[in-house]
Design a protein around this ligand. Sequence first.
Ligand code: SAH
Length: 399
Amino acid sequence: MNKEINLTIKPGYVKAYQDGYPLISKESIVDWSKVKDEGTVITLLDERKKFIAKGYYGKQNKGYGWVLSSKKEVKLDVRYFTGKIKSAIKYREDFYSDESTTAFRVFNGEGDGVGGLTIDYFDGFYLFTWYSVGIYQFKEDILEALKNSVEYKGIYQKKRFDTKGQYLDDTDDFVCGERANKPLIVKENSVNFAIYLDDGAMVGVFLDQRDVRKTIRDKYAKGKTVLNTFSYTGAFSVFAALGGASKTTSVDLANRSRAKTKEQFSINDINAEAQDIIVEDVFNYFKYALRKKLSFDLVVLDPPSFARSKKHTFSAGKDYVNLLKEAIQITNKGGAIVASTNASNFDMKKFKDFIAKAFKALNGKYSIEETFSLPKDFRINERFREGNYLKVVFIRKLS
Ligand code: SAH
């Protein structure tokens, strides 16, 4: 059983917690020094010792813990977690019954009432991601709660005890049940994906881009030349090719991306030889493309929010305007740019400002065709808007 302790909220912050703000921030609490162990259950009181909320201590880059309940008597036990997981599953009934999509998020942290934990579904397998040592202390109860709630083939986990986007412990674990095939083939809107549940930090696909991939396939790809930058396993390229792109070019710095992208093409019966897969720094590729006068009808930009390569440091907040400028110059007139970011330190309005700035600097004209944020399964807590990190804008280049 995890320890319990009372902490006092600073007066200016009481109202926010009363209104349901879920993140326990460092600066909102008077007496952090009382807490030693990650996973300690904390009861938040106001200065007159009135009960406000209950949560746990778990350090993440985002804060020092999460509120789990506004009920004084609540016990953070198997029953509690079973209730949360069951209602999360109910919210995703459509996904469970859709045979054309067998990979989706079942539990999205604070959006489903428990910050610091996500659970993803991959064709009968479940994957926990633990975002702090603190939430990991509840593992046995949460595992039991999942077993109470679903039938499963197997369960896996990733420990993402995250400070600066670094994985402190990258031994990704099989937990119980059957082991998944390597790769495990899942479907997304009838497209196949090869998933590796125990091969490092990432499984091969980012589920939050599902609607964007479908839109590219169904509305933007036909007959077009497509450049997919920061392509990882080439998920956008696969959807573009299936949507009838005349050719896709995938660019990623990581050596692994070539084989991974070939694999995604081949399990979808796309001839990988007819596609370009380039292992290179995107910023070098832009220079090369300009020099060779290459241009594309559709350019996808989906960089990490922060990345360091040999020559460049990229930070979305500082460098996205430049990235856009590079992309605009090699996009055909009348073509489109899909600009995406998962940076949580700026919002959609700011992102649109970046787009305006980039076009202005090049004296170009554009229109915004459509925008996307997180899909339904990545459920958002209305009191925690910063949890809605994904921003995707489809831009038409007019001149
Ligand atoms: N767009 C991908 C996900 C991108 S993940 C998808 O939809 O699946 C970020 C990728 O950017 C990683 O694969 C990483 O290797 C790559 N990357 C980071 N910095 C890069 C750079 N400067 N040039 C090319 N690729 C880069």
